[in-house]
Design a protein around this ligand. Sequence first.
Ligand SMILES: *Cc1c(COP(=O)(O)O)cnc(C)c1O
Length: 347
Amino acid sequence: MHAVDLRSDTVTRPTPAMRRAMAEAEVGDDVYREDPTVRALEERVAGLLGKDLALFVPSGTMSNQLALLLHTRPGDEVVVGDGAHCMLYESGAAAAWAGVQLAIAGTGGLFDVADLERAVRPPEPWFPRTSLVTLENTHNKAGGRVFPEASARAVAERARALGLGTHLDGARLWNAAVALGAPEARLAEPFDTVSVCFSKGLGAPVGSALVGRRDLVERAWRLRKMLGGGMRQAGVLAAAALHAVEHHRARLEEDHETARQLAARLRDAGLPVGAVDTNIVVFTVEAPTTAARVVELARREGVLIGAMDARTLRAVTHLDAERGAVLEAAGAIARAVAAAREERPAP
Ligand SMILES: *Cc1c(COP(=O)(O)O)cnc(C)c1O
């Protein structure tokens, strides 16, 4: 049994070809805007997303936080989907840096125009001012679900009519594009700003981009420096991201197929597995069995998966998770669940 790490698609290591691209990258000081490789990456990504400009940043958390700073004032409220990354996994940054509070639209992560309308506050002075709506595509907590395209467009259009800014957390937009067979630009089109990650399924070691309208991204330059995200010879990192964008987008379909096959095996073993749109497989266990115990027992068989909450587990396919090893891991996961069920709960 090969050890396999399915905790996240962030665990990939740069390929030999990617490392060569990094070693050979032309660089300069990017705070002086003199790094040609960063410029090349930003131009390529802006083009792919059909936007004016892109800004290379160290993480998806920083690009989401830049978007909040661009679109809001302290005390504002931002409408997000249930389980949004910027609510759960950014260390409370939205409250700390932009000073905003978050209002949840709908349940389960995806939402529609009616959910948006319910979440937006009337313009009375005693309410927080709703200034931004953020969608996540694919939605991580929902299990890599693709945001239905018509619904995303309708929500963004309604938001614009209400005078709100629109931001897309597209950390895995690349996966959504492959799953839908749609160009990234079409999925990005309804939004003022979009965040994309190179360090997830695309397999780069570091980096994300904030992409959008010229006036917004130009302001984000200064805000990035304020947050400590101005990087010097960042072309070494941008070269990895550029390599990932050119060579690892189309192959995401392989990860999706591996995820579908993993899900099928887990279902055959009797586990309740959620719908698989992309590279994330989510399944649950019943009380008193805990997700943490299943994680521990699977780890003893060399299979690393993650616990999303007390009863929910997540396995993510990626560039370094070879299909044969993942399918073998299905057996180990099923055995771990069965063994955890057999154990007596702690007294
Ligand atoms: C990973 C991720 C981010 C950004 O995470 P960083 O670790 O800060 O790069 C943002 N949104 C979603 C949905 C993500 O999955």
